[in-house]
Design a protein around this ligand. Structure first.
Ligand code: ADP
Ligand code: MG
Length: 197
């Protein structure tokens, strides 16, 4: 199996105010994650899960060691766009993930959708909304939705982008059980290489 993500002795320390030093948030983390696999990172609050996730799409860069995304070193600036194209990330807080005034526009938002024919976008948006059980809300205003519904919209957006690497940082913690199961089933379909959900 191909390795999609590899970290080698990844170490990261957040910058501290003058005269202070933070302990490393990540120290010597070495992992290999295979294509097509689901990998779950478990740990108590503050153990470094979000810090780790942010290294996988080059939001954070290693202080020591290295991160390779599909063989690409995240420290190489020239590769940044290519790395971002390959990754989709959903965060825990849905409020800072909304970008448009109408749900369906929000889901379709993304530079990778420029140039895709309108009908194709329409189909993909419908598919992505159905995958998270939000098809009835296509014409609603995202900021009027509940936290869990907003989160489902953020998840629909990465479904539509359909990147080879999905990074979910506690993305379902705002969802009720039923929605969580629905999202889990959709993820499974994506991981098994279905182009439609
Ligand atoms: P988790 O996601 O597992 O709860 P985090 O990756 O958010 O853990 O945090 C790991 C450590 O890094 C914690 O000690 C946290 O306080 C610290 N940390 C996280 N974000 C920042 C930041 N922006 N600046 C300084 N320290 C941070
Ligand atoms: Mg976290």
């Amino acid at each position: 199996m191909a390795v999609m993500i590899e970290t080698r002795n990844l170490t990261y320390t957040y910058p501290a105010p003058e005269g202070e030093t933070n302990p490393p948030a990540l120290r010597d983390v070495s992992v290999q994650i295979e294509k097509g696999s689901f990998t779950v990172v478990l740990g108590h609050n503050g153990s470094g899960k979000s810090t780790f996730a942010k290294h996988l799409n080059a939001v954070l860069l290693p202080c020591g060691g290295a991160v390779y995304v599909d063989g690409m070193d995240t420290r190489d600036e020239k590769l940044l766009l290519e790395i971002r194209r390959r990754t989709g990330m959903v965060f825990q807080n849905p409020d800072n993930q909304i970008v448009a005034n109408v749900v369906e526009e929000d889901v379709a938002f993304g530079p990778e959708n420029l140039g895709v024919p309108t009908e194709e976008i329409r189909r993909r948006v419908d598919d992505a909304l159905a995958a998270v059980g939000m098809e009835k809300f296509a014409h609603h205003a995202p900021h009027l939705l509940s936290g869990g519904q907003k989160q489902r919209i953020a998840i629909a957006r990465v479904f539509l982008k359909n990147p080879p690497i999905l990074i979910l940082d506690e993305a379902t913690s705002a969802l009720d059980n039923e929605s969580e199961i629905l999202v889990g089933q959709s993820l499974e379909k994506l991981a098994h290489g279905r182009t439609t959900l």
